[in-house]
Structures are given as C-alpha cells and as structure tokens.
Ligand binder design. Structure first.
Ligand code: NAD
Length: 508
C-alpha cells in the first residue's frame, strides 16, 4: 500500500492564511515544503507570512472581539458541541493527512485527534467553568461578585509532534471564553491543523474570531511583540519556548510556554514485570519517540537492572514501517534534519562510552527507502554527563541508568534540567506516595507510562519544561484566558437612605 495522497494533492497545494474568515494566499516570497517523512513526497507548500499579514490577522481578531466577547455563553457552547461532532465525523480523514505529513501511525494519528477532541468536549462546559463568585452582604446591603471576562486577542504557537491535539488545546478554550485567536501552526505539518480550523468555521466560529498565519521566527516574533495581542500559548522546544516567554513577557503579554522534556521511568523490582516492560517500550518508541511525554530514560532500581534483556527483546520486536501501513509500531521521524540529529546523538552516546544494546541506525524499510526511519535504539551504562542524557533526543532512543534505591532515583530525576513527565513502576503504595510527593515533575504516572492529564485537569510542567504559572486546558486555562473583575455593589430601595459621608476605607 502506498502512502495516502493528501486530499488536495493533484498539484502541490499552496497552504493559505485565514484572515477575517477568508482563506487568502500569502504575498510572501518565502515558502517551505511540507514533506511526507516516509516517502519525501511534497504534500504542500507553506508560506512564511509577512509581518503585514500578521498585522492583518491580529486586526481582524481585534475587530471580531468587539462582538464575540458579548456573544451569549450558550451560543459559544453550541459551537463547541457542533465542532466536536464534526471532528468525530471527519476524524479518519484527518488522521490520514496527519499520518502522511507527520509520520505517525494511523492509530496514533487518531489518538492525537481524540486527545484534542476531549478538550473541545470540555470547552462545551464553559458555562460552569467561567462562572464567577458571589458573596452576599459583605457589608450592610452590599454584595461582592467576580466576573471572568475574556481578555482580547490571544495567540497560539504549536509544535510539529501533535498537529491535532495541541492546536485543540489552545483555540477552542480561548475562543469559548470569549477571546479571539491567531494560530501559528507548525510549518512542518500544518495540513491536519488546517482541517480542524476548517471544521471550526463550519461549526459556526464567526469571521475574525479564529485566524491562522504560518511561518517561523519572524512571524513568532511579530506575535510576541504585537501591541494588540494579550496572551500567548506556546508549545515547543525549551530553546524557542524560553525566547517566546521572555519576548512576550517583555511586551506585556501573559505567556504560557510548555517546553522540552527528558522523561524518566523509575522501575522498582517489585513492579509487575510484564506490564512494566510493555509500558516502557510502548512509551519510549511509540510515535518514534517524538512525544513530549515519551519515556526517554529508564531508571532501573536494584534488581530491576536484571530486566534489561527483556526490555531489549521487547524493543526488537517492534515493526518499523510507514505510518500508513498496517501493523506499524514505529514510523519515521519528521524530517531528514531530525533524523540526522538523532543519529548524531546516538554516535555521541557510543563515543562517550555508553553501551549500545540495540542499534536502530541502519534500518531500511522496503518500499520506503527514502523514509526518515530510525529503529528502536537502546543504551545501557549511561551516565548523567553524557549528551544522550543531558539532551532531549526526540527520537526512538531509550537510555537506561541504574541506581540502588528509590531515594537515589528521585534525586536523579530531580537533578535533570527538565520536569515534564515521569513514571514510577511499583506495587508498593508507600513507594508511590513518597515518589509523588518528592518528585519535582509536572505529570506523574504511577504504573502509567504517559500520564497526559484528561481535559478537566490541566497539563503542567516544572523547571526547564514550563514557564508561566498556568497550563493549557482544564481550569487553569480558563484563568489564563480570562481576567477577573471584582464588583462591589449596593442598591437602594428607599430614596430617604442617608448614611452620611464616610471618609474611611471601611464598608458599613
Ligand atoms: P520548536 O520549538 O522547533 O517549534 C515550535 C514552534 O516554534 C513552531 O511553530 C515553530 O515554527 C516555532 N519556531 C521554531 N523556531 C523558532 C525560532 N527560532 N523563533 C521563534 N519561533 C520558532 O519545536 P518542535 O520541534 O516543533 O516540537 C518539538 C518540541 O516541542 C520538543 O522539545 C517537545 O518536547 C516539545 N513539546 C512540548 C510539549 C509540552 O507540553 N511540554 C508538548 C509537545 C511538544
């Protein structure tokens, strides 16, 4: 079976901008190819928009805000209900495009869409999420209440690895709160994101409420410095996320930056052996290791170090192939550049003295010889100074370290610069409780390899994995996308009331 054709692919599609409800061609001279990572087929060309085009998108969002902020909550909720129904209806079609442009398997592409769909479902409950508070009689006849009001034009900048889920973390929650939005999808795989945006328009999102610009640093910097943008949600690498956080904050914006990771799975010898090994291998090599929550380090505690041969055996069973092929476990990494980087880090691990237990460098996939494939790769004997430990590899590479105690494992995880996700595998409730209390990481799994929170909680992160104090989706993002106004009110039902002049700060 050949890789699926993009729906608009009879000739190479020029990806459009969405400004004020219109799909428009960019006037830029700078374009980049969207490439199928399994075949190198050019699926589309994406523009690097001009600063004028960013300005036009923000201006459209600013105009739309005037009426959208006053649109009744029920109307906003019903758009989200319609959107979730449309996403369900078109999920399989979007998954084909997502797999073709990103490389992940069809099943995983459907998972990517589903995890975003859950956020849209949650957005439909904004009626209760955005409620303020009310206190009656804070003084004689005086009531105090809060309003959670939208803040204006918000922006989202997304990474390549979840082109459905992460845009859906952002724009549904922002607009359902009454804001308008400018989305900048990853330039590497924007096609499935745009299919979701198209569905949002079909669901009834009015012109100007959701706008899309494409590009790289210049567009991102224009967003971070734009005077009319109030808040920015960023997801991507720590390097870029730190830049976005600093630049956006300097320009007075709220910024949440969800960034890179090095996720440790700590394995105690009392854990369920089969379940743990399955979990480790699935979480390390699924999506070719390109999940921000992928397990990239296994910390084998005490006798669990004897499990290494089983981990190797399970990893070597995985089938490397194009994401569109049935039975594929590990698809290609997103680009030739990404593959070179992963291979370079594997070389560095060998050069720095780690033991290469399983070598995925020379994998070749019949029918997809040009694909950016790296097979499951396993290192043992890794130390914390090695680049394969200090850097996020973002490929199908699992490294293992060995320690003697849970305390040592916790200290190791807490000394790593990243704090995105971690897991403990054990049958001991006491060990699990100690771990969840002492570990300095945003997402903690107990016998769960990829503990991405469901949408009624919020995604979090710690240290080098997150900047800004509020995370995407859940209750936190409603705070992020709204500002609180506190009203203190008194009404008189009798014209003769006269309390006299009060020159103190007290309410009576
Ligand atoms: P990236 O940082 O290269 O790109 C993210 C976004 O920033 C893209 O839209 C890109 O166009 C833009 N960008 C790239 N270079 C830029 C520059 N110099 N200046 C301004 N903007 C720039 O990230 P990526 O490779 O697309 O995604 C992978 C990274 O994202 C990994 O580090 C992964 O851990 C991280 N990630 C984190 C989370 C999380 O929730 N913490 C989730 C998913 C991915």
């Amino acid at each position: 079976m050949n890789a699926p054709q993009s729906p608009t692919q009879t000739q190479v599609e020029q990806v459009k901008l969405l400004i004020d409800g219109q799909w428009v061609e960019s006037k830029t001279t700078e374009w980049r190819d969207v490439i199928n990572p399994a075949t190198q087929q050019v699926l589309a060309r994406v523009p690097f928009a001009t600063v004028d085009e960013v300005d036009a998108a923000v201006a459209a969002a600013q105009r739309a805000f005037a009426s959208w902020r006053d649109t009744p909550i029920g109307a906003r909720m019903r758009i989200m209900l319609k959107l979730q129904a449309l996403i369900r209806e078109h999920s399989k079609r979007i998954a084909q495009t997502l797999s073709a442009e990103q490389g992940k398997t069809i099943a995983d592409a459907e998972g990517d869409i589903f995890r975003g769909l859950e956020v849209v479902e949650h957005a439909a409950s904004i009626g209760t999420l955005q409620m303020g508070e009310f206190a009656e009689n804070v003084a004689g006849g005086v009531d105090t209440y809060t309003l959670r009001q939208p803040i204006g034009v918000c922006a989202g900048i997304t990474p390549f690895n979840f082109p459905a889920m992460i845009p859906l973390w952002m724009f549904p929650m922002a607009i359902v709160c009454g804001n308008t939005f400018v989305l900048k999808p990853s330039e590497q795989d924007p096609l499935s994101t745009l299919m979701l945006v198209e569905l949002a328009l079909q669901a009834g999102v009015p012109a100007g409420v959701l706008n899309v610009v494409h590009g790289g640093k210049q567009v991102v910097d224009a967003i971070c410095t734009h005077k009319d943008i109030k808040a920015i949600s960023f997801v991507g690498s720590t390097e870029v996320g730190t830049h976005v956080y600093n630049l956006g904050s300097q320009h007075g914006k709220r910024v949440q930056s969800m960034m890179g990771a090095k996720n440790h799975a700590v394995v105690l010898p009392d854990a369920n052996r089969t379940q743990t090994i399955n979990a480790l291998v699935g979480a390390a090599f699924g999506a070719a290791g390109q999940r921000c929550m992928a397990t990239s380090v296994a910390v084998l505690v005490g006798k669990a170090r004897e499990w290494l041969p089983d981990i190797k055996a399970a990893a070597s069973q995985l089938k490397v192939n194009a994401g569109c092929e049935p039975g594929t476990d590990v698809g290609p990494v997103v680009s030739k550049r990404a593959k070179e980087r992963v291979l370079g880090l594997i070389e560095s691990g060998i050069a720095e003295g780690a033991k290469l237990e399983l070598d995925g460098r020379d994998v070749s996939v019949p029918g997809y010889e040009q694909g950016n494939f790296v097979g499951p790769t396993l290192f043992s004997g890794v130390t914390t100074q090695m680049q394969i430990y200090t850097q996020e590899i973002f490929g199908p590479v699992l490294i293992t370290l060995e320690v003697d105690t849970l305390d040592e494992a916790i200290a190791l995880v807490n000394s790593n610069p990243f704090g995105n996700g971690t897991g403990l595998f054990t049958q001991s409730g006491a060990a699990a409780r100690k771990f969840q209390s002492e570990i300095d990481v945003g997402q903690v799994g107990i016998n769960i390899p990829i503990p991405v929170p469901v949408p009624y909680f919020s995604f979090t992160g710690s240290r080098g994995s997150k900047l800004g104090d509020l995370g995407p989706y859940g209750k936190q993002v409603v705070q992020f996308y709204t500002q609180t106004k506190t009203v203190t009110a008194r009404w008189f039902d009798d014209d003769s009331v006269n309390d006299g002049v009060n020159t103190t700060i007290s309410l009576r």
